[in-house]
Unconditional design. Structure first.
Length: 283
């Protein structure tokens, strides 16, 4: 058990809040104005953690806070309190075992860098109702369809694939399912990388908030590439396109994709360590 004195942990809590408010405060302001944001809203809607929870600091398992408050799920040892492993919800053990298996399997595979973000294009392929209907398509409907038809589509992520249009589904090289998630996910996938944030908060309160924020910060950067490489014209919002319809654009995308896979690897390892604290492998 590591013990933090009160000035230390209060300083860490304040630093965490200040870090994530860079994203949560503008999100709240947009919500008050009734203003949608086609890039950032995804991180607060598809991912279900509320901004107030993201802002709340947690030390994680194995850390005691000197001068900490008595709260449900915490036990007191002298003048310090810590999260009680026995008080964690039963569902968390199963979640930790699934997440560990998924992250181990993902890390064991080489990254695939040839998808070029076509999942976003496949979501608007041959449809009159694109998901971000208020945002224009850079190449128009016909041009967008032509890009999908000119390149191989290889999406490994079930939660991206399930939003493909009916016409796009048979164009994918495989059919990723929820049941086969552990068998399909690979570290080059932008959505698998963004999902590290989801697994971090699904393991809460065992996840240290610094790790949660690291995963969220990576998800923000990945989401920007995801949408810059999409068929949407977001230049007016400050997102210049990655033109994956060109060889130069595809090379730019693959370089960024490789960089994100490298950034994700240590976060994945840290999440595996959290899983092992929640559900020790021998148990």
């Amino acid at each position: 058990m590591r013990v933090l004195d009160e000035p230390t942990w209060r300083g860490r809590a304040a630093a965490h809040r200040a870090r994530v408010e860079v994203w949560t405060v503008p999100h709240r302001e947009r919500r008050r104005r009734g203003e949608a944001h086609p890039v950032m809203d995804f991180l607060f809607t598809y991912y279900s953690l509320r901004p107030v929870r993201l802002e709340q600091w947690e030390p994680g398992l194995g850390v005691a806070l000197r001068g900490g408050e008595d709260r449900p799920g915490r036990v007191r040892d002298g003048d310090a309190v810590h999260l009680d492993p026995a008080a964690l919800p039963e569902r968390l053990t199963g979640t930790a075992r699934f997440v560990r298996a998924l992250l181990d399997a993902t890390a064991s595979r080489p990254p695939r860098l040839g998808c070029f973000g076509l999942h976003e294009w496949a979501m608007v392929y041959r449809t009159d109702a694109p998901r971000h209907g208020a945002v224009p398509l850079r190449l128009g409907s016909a041009g967008t369809d032509a890009v999908v038809e000119s390149l191989p589509v290889y999406c490994t992520h079930h939660d991206a694939f399930r939003f493909f249009t009916a016409a796009a589904v048979p164009r994918n090289a495989l059919t990723p399912t929820r049941e086969a998630q552990v068998d399909n996910e690979q570290p080059g996938c932008l959505h698998a990388t963004m999902d590290l944030y989801k697994w971090a908060y699904k393991l809460s309160p065992a996840t240290p908030s610094e790790l949660l924020a690291d995963c969220f910060a990576l998800a923000v950067d990945v989401r920007e590439l995801d949408m810059r490489a999409s068929p949407y014209d977001l230049a007016d919002l400050g997102y210049p396109p990655v033109r994956i319809e060109t060889p130069a654009g595809r090379a730019e995308y693959a370089r960024a994709q490789a960089g994100f896979a490298e950034r994700a690897a240590p976060l994945r390892r840290r999440l595996v360590e959290v899983c092992d604290l929640v559900a020790p492998p021998s148990s």
